[in-house]
Design a binder for this molecule. Structure first.
Ligand code: ADP
Ligand code: MG
Length: 264
């Protein structure tokens, strides 16, 4: 298996609707949503509570299927897939980052990052190498054997980002990833997303915080289940707005526990 195909959209939603039955009534959580996300884009999805962000995230993440419309994820028509096939697509194509980190307690950072590779059937030595490299890439070299409880919130979220990226997914999908963090850890984690974007990864990040959306190349606003605004801040092929000046991806990059990102 190679990495994501650079020629086709990672996400193509066309006229997607999602209805929920609520007693006698129907809630139109999403109405006619169309959205194309190209490889290398960094999209922030914003909207007030109840606007449909989580529903959209669940559809994009193949955690839920649309009531109508079309969805291709990295070229796969997800409408045709049953529950088991959706689970496989999810684990192969998407790296998830959640607000609550969702690390396994009493399990080292390294074992947490190795876990998706266990599910993918990667053998032990390669698993270890890839998980070590992923932790180094998020600035946690030397902390591989720490338990989540021994790490700060920002560091735990960095472990979760390493876990999301270790499978080399087509899409990094984050739901309020800084919602549980103080402002300095928020800046630290967003600097890491910026760096990940600069390496060419495709990111969709759901947030209601303006400060967080400032890191994205494109800002999509949702209201009452519809996309009401779609603003391109930076072209897909360029670095995100808050990037390392003169950054060279061939040079190792370290993210210190707090503060600015520095190249080493
Ligand atoms: P957001 O994440 O932006 O707060 P949601 O996607 O969670 O918005 O919700 C959008 C709308 O759909 C809301 O009106 C919500 O009450 C409704 N909704 C979401 N999930 C369900 C569900 N499982 N059953 C019924 N209504 C739902
Ligand atoms: Mg929500």
């Amino acid at each position: 298996m190679t990495g994501p195909d650079r020629r086709r959209p990672v996400i193509a939603l066309w006229n997607v609707a999602k209805d929920y039955a609520a007693g006698e009534n129907v809630v139109h959580a999403l109405r006619r949503v169309s959205l194309v996300v190209e490889p290398g884009d960094f999209v922030a999805i914003m909207g007030a509570s109840g606007s449909g962000k989580s529903t959209l995230m669940n559809v994009i993440g193949c955690l839920d299927v649309p009531t109508s419309g079309y969805y291709w994820l990295d070229g796969v028509d997800v409408r045709t897939l049953d529950e088991a096939a959706l689970a496989v697509v999810r684990s192969r194509k998407i790296g998830f980052v959640f607000q609550a980190f969702n690390l396994i307690p009493r399990t080292t950072a390294l074992a947490n990052v190795e876990l998706p590779l266990v599910y993918a059937g990667v053998h032990r030595a390669e698993r270890r190498d890839r998980a070590m490299a992923a932790l180094a890439a998020v600035g946690l070299a030397g902390r591989e054997l720490h338990l989540p409880s021994a790490l700060s919130g920002g560091q735990q979220q960095r472990v979760a980002i390493a876990r999301a990226l270790v499978t080399n997914p087509a899409l990094l999908l984050a739901d309020e990833p800084t919602g549980n963090l103080d402002s300095s850890s928020q800046a630290d984690v967003m600097a890491l997303f910026s760096q990940v974007s600069q390496l060419g990864r495709t990111i969709v990040l759901i947030t209601h915080e303006h400060d967080v959306a400032q890191y994205a190349k494109r800002i999509v606003r949702v209201r009452d289940g519809e996309i009401v605004e779609d603003v391109r801040v930076v072209p897909v092929g360029q670095p995100p707005p808050r990037h390392l000046p003169g950054y060279d991806p061939t040079v190792a990059v370290r993210v210190p526990p707090t503060g600015a990102v520095t190249a080493t």
